[in-house]
Ligand binder design. Structure first.
Ligand code: ZN
Length: 266
């Protein structure tokens, strides 16, 4: 006969141990090409906050429809790749954001990308559209999700012109000194699941409070669940346990996108 204590131990052994998954947040991805099942699977696997970005008219409409305001939140904007869309369509997207102000947690994805600008005029157009949406975000009191490729200084300039302070530098590509300048301005450095020595130095330079983890899925990570890799990159650069990094980064995401307040407003 086992003693009471031994029986308890035996019982413990027979109970399947569910490995507890820390809460995670994906601060930037695109869900319009996913089925809702794929999105729900990431939520069930611990990604309790997903910031889904629209890039053009169709994706803004679809993203908005797929967001539940509980785990999946919409950021709407016009990506620099689509800055060439007609003015009326730009206005239509601005109206969509204004009309859905209570369901939208940020203006994005917006920005400047030199690889999509084949001519000087195309680059000017990107800057104009970016400036328009930054102004809209400031007017509505929303944060911005910024895409910058080969345009960090121009991006910094336009953000400053508008006095934008709630800024996520998505897929951060800058160096250490640009990361420090961003932090000084109160911007957030958003880290994708892709390792780079330059980005690691930037992560080390700023405080944990200035960091966000993202997948940019399906472009970089495959699904929002892959944010675990971005968190691991940050945890290793900072020399902190994964669980601690996951917890701080989730809090940063909630704070930055004002998620508690947005849920209450609904
Ligand atoms: Zn993106």
């Amino acid at each position: 006969m086992p003693t009471a204590l031994a029986a308890k131990e035996l019982l413990k052994e027979n109970v399947p141990v569910r490995k507890s998954v820390p809460e995670m947040a994906d601060a930037h991805c695109h869900i319009e090409s996913f089925s809702m099942d794929v999105v729900r699977a990431s939520v069930e696997q611990g990604v309790s906050v997903i910031i889904a970005n629209g890039v053009d008219t169709a994706s803004n409409i679809k993203t908005l429809a797929m967001c539940d305001g509980k785990n999946v939140f919409a950021a709407l904007g016009v990506h620099p790749e689509y800055a060439g869309m007609p003015d009326e369509e730009i206005e239509r997207n601005i109206r969509l954001i204004k009309d859905n102000r209570k369901s939208v947690v940020a203006v994005g994805e917006i920005g400047i990308d030199v690889t999509y600008a084949k001519t000087a005029e195309a680059l000017e157009r990107q800057k104009l559209i970016f400036s328009r949406f930054v102004g809209l975000a400031v007017e509505l009191g929303l944060p911005v999700c910024v895409h910058s490729r080969g345009a960090m200084e121009e991006v910094f300039g336009i953000l400053k012109e508008h006095g934008a302070t709630k800024v996520q530098l998505h897929f951060f590509e800058g160096d250490e000194s640009q990361a420090l300048e961003a932090e000084r301005r109160g911007y957030m450095i958003s880290v994708p699941p892709m390792e780079s020595g330059k980005r690691k130095r930037a992560i080390k330079a700023v405080s944990m409070r200035s960091l966000l983890a993202e997948t940019d899925s399906p472009v970089n990570g495959a699904v929002p669940r892959d944010v675990e890799k971005s968190i691991r990159i940050i945890a290793s650069a900072k020399g902190v346990p994964f669980e601690e990094a996951a917890s701080v980064l989730t809090q940063n995401t909630r704070r930055f996108f004002n998620i508690g307040v947005a849920s209450l407003m609904r």
